[in-house]
Design a protein around this ligand. Structure first.
Ligand code: BES
Ligand code: ZN
Length: 444
């Protein structure tokens, strides 16, 4: 275990923040370290340049007649701010209370390393793997994988595989092995509202000129009706209704009741679309979220100003069969239609990603469930995920392969937040899981 932790700690020390251009060198150094590690394991390794951050590919010797398994992961991480809220520095990993604390510990370096070290262990013990393996590690997941889709298209033949394994998702609770068979998609946009040419005295001009901050508030409020249903015309048109087997299965899953959600989040009351449980709202229903809102005076005391401009940022989580491009169009039309009088409204369309769905009862799905059961000593639960990994649907479309989502993140891992952490026991279980997974997949 010590050498396993040492390798993970080395990976965690690279501040590979993909969104921050000043960290481009660190992202690159992180990729270089992976290349060196994978080469040391006896794999054939390629580093592919992209306009931003490199893609790392590694393979064992492929043999005719064996199943080809692609394992995907990302070595980039989210920014660390607000850095003052971290108990220990984000890029100086430590073990405390049986957890590893660092940015990327769970999302996704810890989970990526569990696969890598699982493969290393099998190679050391058996001299070979039971499958043809392709590792695909990217450095741009946290910025929407802009260069991976063209890469997949250009290298479609070399990346051809039967199935994909990904550990970049969650477990519903500690000790409860979890297989994901769906992910929500995403569509992001920004609304910029402008009014007068500069900030105004709210007494001298207020009442005769529209207030951009009021307009933004109206636009934000226009997205939902009073019950929490999304009011964008046609928004639910392509939403696949939940099926009974899923609702019944999810009702039995621990860790996702309304009470659990309140306990984990600290929210005072459960809230969401009427007629659905928290699990259903999270995994099978779309959302409209305002991620940030700004404009006007935010300092101490009061300032009687009529701000010249205001803004808000939005993300919409999507479910099968919603199409992000179609939703972007409908949302833009909604904001334009609801633009309050007296101001200018500009809608800037951002990045997006398609929702993902696959059959959890496929042969490979069943093999993955057997592997989870062996690694955790318990039968796995089957869920869809609320989060998004846009490339998973692209891989389904371009490579023709489904992804087995074998998450090791717990609800209290604080991914994307200060004090991100990864349970050591999940790291160890993940390493074992990889061995069982390749064995079980090879059988089918
Ligand atoms: N690993 C997460 C996604 C995730 C987390 C899925 C937990 C399921 C459970 C991934 O790194 C992530 O944060 N994705 C972004 C995608 C976006 C930047 C396009 C997300 O979901 O916000
Ligand atoms: Zn993430």
């Amino acid at each position: 275990m010590d050498s396993h932790l040492e390798d993970l700690f080395t990976l965690l020390r690279f501040p590979s923040i993909s969104t921050a251009s000043e960290h481009a060198g660190d992202v690159r150094a992180c990729a270089d370290w992976l290349v060196q590690k994978l080469t040391g394991m006896g794999l054939g390794v390629e580093l592919h340049e992209t306009p931003k951050h490199p893609i790392v590919i590694a393979r064992n010797d492929h043999r005719e007649g064996r199943k080809t398994v692609l394992i995907y992961g990302h070595y980039d991480v989210q920014p660390v701010d607000p850095v003052e809220l971290w108990d220990t520095p984000p890029f100086e990993p430590v073990i405390k209370d049986d957890r590893i604390w660092a940015r990327g510990a769970t999302d996704n370096k810890g989970q990526l390393m569990a696969h890598l070290l699982g493969v290393e262990k099998t190679l050391q013990e058996k001299g070979e793997l039971p499958v043809n393996l392709i590792f695909l590690f990217e450095g741009e997941e946290e910025i929407g994988s802009p260069n991976l889709v063209p890469f997949l298209q250009a290298h479609k033949d070399e990346l051809k595989c039967d199935v994909i394994a990904v550990s970049d998702t969650g477990m519903v609770a500690k000790g409860v092995p979890t297989m994901g068979y769906g992910l929500r998609g995403i569509a992001c946009c920004e609304v910029l509202v402008t009014g007068p040419k500069g900030d105004l005295h709210s007494g001298v001009f207020g009442g005769a000129v529209a207030n951009p901050a009021t307009a933004v508030a109206r636009l934000v409020a226009s997205l939902h009706d009073e019950n929490g249903k999304i009011a964008v015309e046609g928004f639910y048109d392509d939403v696949k209704p939940l099926e009974n087997w899923e609702r019944e299965m999810w009702a039995q899953i621990p860790g996702v009741s309304d009470e659990d959600v309140l306990r984990i989040t600290g929210a005072p009351e459960a809230f969401g679309e009427p007629g659905y449980s928290s699990a259903e709202r999270l995994w099978a229903r779309p959302t409209a979220e305002v991620n940030g809102i700004g404009g006007g005076y935010q300092g101490e005391g009061s300032k009687t100003v009529l701000p010249a401009k205001a803004m808000a940022k939005f993300s919409f989580r999507l479910v099968p069969d919603q199409d992000p491009a179609d939703i972007q169009k409908k949302v833009k039309a909604h904001f334009e239609k609801h633009a309050p009088k007296g101001v200018k409204v500009e809608v800037v369309v951002g990045h997006d990603g398609k929702p993902y769905y696959s059959d959890p009862h496929s042969e490979d799905g069943k093999a993955a469930q057997r592997a989870l059961e062996k690694a955790f000593g318990k039968q796995p639960v089957l869920i869809r995920e609320g989060g998004s990994i846009p490339i998973i649907k692209d891989m389904q479309d371009i490579l023709g392969a489904d992804s087995l989502l074998l998450g090791l993140a717990l609800p209290d891992c604080q991914i994307h937040a200060p004090n991100e952490n990864f349970w050591v026991e999940n790291f160890e279980a993940g390493i074992k899981l990889n061995g069982y997974l390749l064995e079980e997949l090879a059988k089918g």
